[in-house]
Design a protein around this ligand. Structure first.
Ligand SMILES: [Zn+2]
Length: 78
């Protein structure tokens, strides 16, 4: 499971760490009370942190989740 290292840093199952400004996380969590928020860390192997209901619920990993993301994309269109 992905974990929250501190208020604005997250660690993926693969060991990748994503660091954000505290304000960015604060805003993402606030918006996620109403809808799902996806936050990319803009690094070479970009990880996307997913927030729902005011908290982090998932990290999309380019190393292990590419297939899952593809399926989600198709599901949305269908
Ligand atoms: Zn990862």
């Amino acid at each position: 499971m992905p974990k929250e290292i501190d208020f604005s840093s997250y660690e993926c199952d693969c060991g990748h760490q994503s660091h954000f400004f505290a304000n960015t996380i604060k805003e993402a969590k606030a918006i996620s009370q109403k809808r799902t928020v996806r936050l990319g860390d803009s690094e070479a192997d970009e990880h996307t942190i997913v927030f729902e209901h005011g908290k982090m619920v998932d990290i999309l990993c380019p190393k292990t989740d590419s297939q899952r993301r593809f399926q989600r994309k198709r599901a949305r269109r269908g």
